[in-house]
Design a protein around this ligand. Structure first.
Ligand code: G3P
Ligand code: MG
Length: 253
């Protein structure tokens, strides 16, 4: 296996559930708990700007309905960045975060680079634009991290998005996300030139970890929020743990 430059502990969507997911406020909170690596979900605006958002729809984590009106599309990827940047992505969580904006990938890159943090960019395309999203996110990541010693880890459940990233910037590290173990899971990761497999943590056992390591890949897990699950993954010798519970797990372990 090649050298793995990333910390073991990775804060999910910034700081899990303690702050509004995928916002700069969440990253800052995760960093206050000592986290040095973050996972976030990235998709494209209609004018091709990569921004942080988990859902295809805006309604759960922004004030889109109030700001845009209920007649407008609620699909984030159907709006230009200039409009998305005006949304309140914090009020839904709690009063303390009212007015928190959606960050662009560039905003988050600046924060991470300036503070020496590592990033796992989960490419989360709007359905129908998987491959171009992979291409554009990889191109932006390459530009933003061009002077950094450690590039971001790109991951996706979408094989098409990973293919796009691979074609656009082959040298950026990639991870295949898996919620179930389909028969060709390892071949698929190898064919995509991945350096890691990032699984639902229940999928790791001695056999899957050994197969992954023997293939030269790293074994990472999401989303691990219980002590027993973390202990099991550490005992299995896995390489990375994505968690919401930045308040429970000290990232130095
Ligand atoms: O990247 C791992 C994890 O974030 C995948 O699940 O739905 O939280 O993006 P989700
Ligand atoms: Mg994610």
């Amino acid at each position: 296996m090649t050298i793995w430059p990333y910390p073991r502990w990775i804060a999910h969507r910034g700081a899990g559930k303690l702050a509004p997911e995928n916002t700069l406020a969440a990253f800052r909170l995760g960093a206050r708990y000592g986290y040095r690596m973050f996972e976030c979900d990235v998709k494209l605006s209609s004018d091709g700007v990569p921004f942080l958002m988990h859902d295809t729809l805006l309604a759960r984590t922004t004030n889109s309905r109030r700001h845009l009106g209920t007649a407008a599309s609620d699909i984030g990827g159907e709006h230009p960045w200039g409009l998305l940047a005006q949304l309140d992505a914090g009020s839904w969580h709690s009063r303390a975060f009212a007015g928190e904006p959606l960050p662009s990938l560039e905003n988050i890159a600046r924060y991470c680079l300036r503070n020496g943090h590592f990033l796992n960019i989960e490419i989360k395309p709007t359905p129908g634009v998987e491959r171009p999203t992979g291409e554009v996110v990889a191109q932006h990541a390459q530009r933003l991290w061009r002077d950094a010693s450690t590039p971001p880890l790109l991951s996706s459940f979408s094989v098409d998005a990973l293919r796009g990233a691979q074609a656009a910037v082959p040298q950026l590290p990639r991870g295949l996300l898996l919620d179930t173990l389909r028969p060709d899971w390892l071949e698929s990761a190898l064919e995509l030139g991945c350096v890691a497999v990032v699984c639902n943590h229940a999928l790791w056992d001695p056999s899957t970890v050994t197969q992954t390591h023997n293939a030269g890949l790293r074994a990472l897990s999401y989303t691990v929020n219980d002590e027993w699950a973390a202990q099991r993954l550490l005992a299995l010798g896995t390489d990375g743990i994505i968690t919401d519970r930045v308040d429970l797990f000290a990232p130095q372990t």
